[in-house]
Design a protein around this ligand. Structure first.
Ligand SMILES: CC[C@@H](C(=O)O)C(=O)SCCNC(=O)CCNC(=O)[C@H](O)C(C)(C)COP(=O)(O)OP(=O)(O)OC[C@H]1O[C@@H](n2cnc3c(N)ncnc32)[C@H](O)[C@@H]1OP(=O)(O)O
Length: 254
């Protein structure tokens, strides 16, 4: 089995499942490459109507960047190369002209929350937690997540999620407007399909036209440029001792 599973169903849903349960579905370079290829395919394929991103198992949606790989990146420039690679992919995900869903089967942490933010809808198992915990690692959102979040949530709510670096319950996420629907933990894939049924009843042309209306606004407010400035700031913090010591502590505590 690969690190990412991509399946298409007859209704037009493309399911992208990060399949690295042993690392809580962390994202490494290979996962990034499959994200990119899948987003490009969904954009081009007329039969694909909705992209759903989820994680294997029920422990984690995605634990962010693979710290066991990325702790080898020391300098600002080394960090920027990795961060901007995923930033470009998340910009393509945010501006994919079709509806996108983050199906939070389990915990979403760090970059996992940035992936979720890039999607149009965040649907969650009611028992999961999520958190933009980057501050606890001495860094900020390194994949452009804050700039995307400011487009999706009111300013004060986005600031709370980012600046507290805390983990929140799915219910709190629902009340903040980050999560759009809570599912009971059994058969969340089926519950997701039922949620998507009214969207899938529309033609691809209609879905694309509405999404393009949102994309035009994001281009107008220079979302891409803002994401890359944010990524540069994270790369500066990445170089700090605070960040390297926090990652070392996480990896050694295991
Ligand atoms: C790099 C980009 C940056 C960004 O732009 O945002 C980031 O994403 S920084 C990364 C932020 N992520 C984290 O800090 C997550 C760290 N992980 C956790 O806090 C927890 O693992 C969890 C996600 C809350 C799950 O907890 P739990 O279910 O109790 O599992 P364990 O902690 O025991 O982990 C099991 C296993 O998985 C490994 N693991 C978990 N997360 C990562 C990760 N992000 N990268 C690499 N490996 C990860 C963990 O080390 C354990 O391994 P073993 O000890 O070998 O079993």
């Amino acid at each position: 089995m690969g690190k990412v599973l991509v399946e298409r169903d007859e209704k037009g849903i493309v399911w992208l499942t990060i399949n690295r349960m042993e690392k809580r579905n962390a994202i490494d370079y290979e996962v990034m490459d499959i994200f990119k290829a899948t987003i490009d395919e969904v954009a081009a394929n007329k039969d694909d109507k909705v992209l759903v991103i989820t994680g294997a198992g029920n422990r984690a949606f995605c634990s962010g960047g693979d710290l066991s790989v990325f702790h080898n990146l020391h300098t600002k420039d080394e960090a920027y190369a990795m961060l901007s690679k995923m930033g470009e992919i998340l910009y393509s995900l945010m501006t994919l002209p079709k509806p996108t869903v983050a199906l939070l089967n389990g915990t979403a942490i760090g970059g996992g929350c940035e992936v979720a933010t890039a999607c149009d809808f965040r649907l969650a198992n009611e028992n999961v937690k999520f958190g933009f915990v980057q501050g606890k690692l001495g860094i900020t959102t390194g994949w452009g997540g804050a700039s995307m979040l400011f487009e999706k949530l009111p300013y004060d709510k986005a600031m709370t999620l980012l600046m507290t670096a805390k983990q929140y319950s799915a219910r709190e996420g629902y009340e903040l407007g980050f999560i759009h629907k809570l599912f009971d933990e059994n058969e969340i894939r089926e519950q997701c399909e039922a949620y998507l049924a009214p969207y899938l009843s529309q033609s691809t042309g209609v879905l694309e036209a509405y999404k393009n209306a949102a994309i035009r606004k994001w281009k107008e407010v220079n979302l891409r440029e803002r994401m890359f400035l944010e990524i540069e700031q994270c790369a500066v913090l990445w170089e700090s001792d605070e960040h390297h010591e926090a990652v070392k502590a996480f990896l050694e505590n295991k």
